[in-house]
Write a protein that binds this ligand. Structure first.
Ligand SMILES: NC(=O)c1ccc[n+]([C@@H]2O[C@H](COP(=O)([O-])OP(=O)(O)OC[C@H]3O[C@@H](n4cnc5c(N)ncnc54)[C@H](O)[C@@H]3O)[C@@H](O)[C@H]2O)c1
Length: 397
C-alpha cells in the first residue's frame, strides 16, 4: 500500500483522489492539506482521509505519509517541492512543473540532490489511446516521425488563480501547451533535442494580461516538427486531438469530443456530461470513463509501480523541466516574432544529430519518389535521376 498526502482538494486533487481510491486500489490518501478548513474536511469525508490540515508542512511531514501529491496552484509548486526535499518525502507534481524553466530547474535539482522519488503528473501521455499509438510509433508502424500536432482548447479554466498572471505564470500556452508539448515530444522521441520554437499568441477575448489563444511550432534536431494549438476561448467543450505523421503512416486521435459516443437530450435531466462540457442539452458528447480516458489510472499505476520497484516513472521532473524550457521559448517567440532557441542548461538526450536523410535509393542511378496504382490499372513509379536531377516515370505493371 502507498500512503499519500494530497496537497490541494480542488479540481485536480479530486480527479486524482477518484483515480487513486476509486477502483478499490491498494493506495490510500492518509492526509489532506487545503487552504480552507471546510474544503479540507469535505474532501476528508468524501475520501475517508484520517488526517486533515490547513498547514502544508504538517501534511508533508506526517509520519504515515510515503508520497506527497501536489495538486496546488502553479505558484505553490516550488514551495511544496522544497518542503518535500526537506522532509525527504517522495513527491509527484501536477503539470506544469514550474511557472517557467528556471523554477522547474530549481525543483529538479532540489529533488535530485535530496535523492527523493519524483514524478511529473502529465496524464495525457498515459491515456489508453496514447499508450497504444505510442507503441505503434515505437515499433516503426509510422516510419520516421516527421510532424506531430496536439490541440487542447476549451472555454477557459475553472478557478480564479488561473487568470492571474503572477499566480499562474502564463495563460493557455503554459496551462494547456504543457500537455501538447509532452505529447509531441514523446512521439518524436524524448531523447531528441528540441532546438527552436516559433509561436503566435494573442489575447483575443478575455480581460487578462496573459494569452488566451496560441499556435506554436517546435523544431527538433532530426528536422521533425511538433505543432501545438491551445485556447481558453474555444466554445463547445474540451477539444483534445492529436495527429502523428511519419514516412510510413498516420495516426489521428480524438480524445474527448466525438469519440464515438453521441447522445441527444431535450434537457429533462441535468447530468454531468464531461469536463468543460458547455451544455447538457441537445446533441452531446459524453465521456464514458473520464479517469481512464484522461490517463489518470495508468499514470498513478506507473508512479506507484515505479516507486515500489525503486525505478523512475515514465515522466519525471526532468521531463517537466524540458517542457517548461520549450514553453519559455514559445513566450519569447510570441514577443520577438522570430524562431527562438530552446535553452536547456541541462540536457540528457542525444547530442549533435543531423537532419534525417530523406533520400531513398531505388537503384544505383535513381532515388525513389513515389509509387502509384492508377484508376486505369497502371502501376508506376516516379524516380529522380541522381546525376541529372531529372524526374522520370517508369511503368511497372
Ligand atoms: N489534467 C491535469 O493534469 C490538470 C487539470 C487541472 C489542473 N491541473 C493543475 O493542478 C493544479 C491545481 O489546479 P486545480 O484546477 O485543482 O485548482 P483548484 O483551484 O480547483 O484547486 C486548488 C487547490 O489548492 C488549494 N490552495 C492552497 N493555497 C491556495 C492559494 N493560495 N490559492 C488558491 N488555491 C490554494 C485550494 O484550497 C484548492 O484545494 C494546477 O497546477 C493546475 O495546472 C492539472
Amino acid at each position: 500500500m502507498t500512503r499519500i498526502a494530497m496537497l490541494g482538494s480542488g479540481f485536480i486533487g479530486r480527479f486524482y483522489a477518484d483515480s487513486i481510491q476509486g477502483y478499490r486500489s491498494k493506495d490510500k490518501i492518509v492526509s489532506i492539506y487545503s487552504r480552507k478548513e471546510e474544503t479540507a474536511k469535505k474532501f476528508a469525508a468524501d475520501y475517508s482521509v484520517a488526517h486533515v490540515t490547513t498547514n502544508m508542512e504538517e501534511a508533508i511531514a506526517h509520519p504515515d505519509v510515503d508520497v506527497v501529491c501536489i495538486s496546488l496552484p502553479n505558484h505553490l509548486h516550488e514551495q511544496a517541492v522544497l518542503l518535500c526535499c526537506q522532509h525527504k518525502k517522495a513527491v509527484m507534481t501536477t503539470k506544469p512543473l514550474g511557472r517557467n524553466a528556471a523554477e522547474a530547474l530549481r525543483m529538479m535539482e532540489a529533488v535530485e540532490k535530496a535523492g527523493i522519488f519524483n514524478g511529473y503528473l502529465e496524464d495525457l501521455v498515459y491515456t489508453p489511446k496514447f499508450i497504444k499509438a505510442h507503441e505503434s510509433v515505437k515499433n516503426g508502424a509510422l516510419g520516421r516521425i516527421l510532424w506531430t500536432k496536439s490541440r487542447e482548447t476549451h472555454p477557459g479554466p475553472h478557478s480564479d488563480w488561473f487568470w492571474d498572471l503572477e499566480q499562474a505564470g502564463g495563460g493557455c500556452i503554459l496551462d494547456l501547451g504543457c500537455h501538447c508539448v509532452e505529447i509531441g515530444r514523446s512521439y518524436i522521441g524524448k531523447d531528441i533535442k528540441p532546438v527552436e520554437v516559433m509561436c503566435w499568441a494573442d489575447t483575443q477575448v478575455k480581460p487578462i494580461e496573459a494569452e488566451d489563444h496560441a499556435i506554436g511550432l517546435i523544431k527538433y534536431e532530426t528536422g521533425a516538427i511538433s505543432q501545438f494549438e491551445v485556447s481558453w476561448t474555444f466554445r463547445g467543450g474540451l477539444d483534445l486531438r492529436d495527429e502523428v505523421m511519419g514516412t510510413e503512416g498516420t495516426i489521428w486521435i480524438n480524445n474527448f469530443l466525438r469519440t464515438g459516443f453521441e447522445m441527444f437530450t431535450t434537457g429533462k435531466g441535468t447530468d454531468y456530461v464531461a469536463e468543460k462540457a458547455e451544455s447538457n442539452t441537445g446533441w452531446l458528447f459524453p465521456v464514458g470513463d473520464e479517469l481512464n480516458e484522461l490517463g489518470y489510472n495508468h499514470m498513478f499505476a506507473d508512479m506507484f509501480n515505479a516507486m515500489e520497484s525503486g525505478k523512475a516513472p515514465k515522466e519525471t521532473f526532468y521531463d517537466g523541466y524540458v517542457v517548461n524550457a520549450i514553453l519559455d521559448s514559445a513566450y519569447r517567440s510570441a514577443k520577438s516574432k522570430l524562431w527562438e532557441p530552446v535553452q536547456l542548461p541541462v540536457w540528457r538526450g542525444k547530442e549533435g544529430l543531423c537532419k534525417d536523410n530523406h533520400l531513398i535509393d531505388y537503384d544505383n542511378e535513381h532515388y525513389f519518389v513515389k509509387e502509384e496504382l492508377t484508376h486505369y490499372g497502371t502501376k508506376k513509379v516516379i524516380l529522380k535521376h541522381k546525376q541529372s536531377g531529372k524526374f522520370v516515370e517508369k511503368i511497372i505493371q
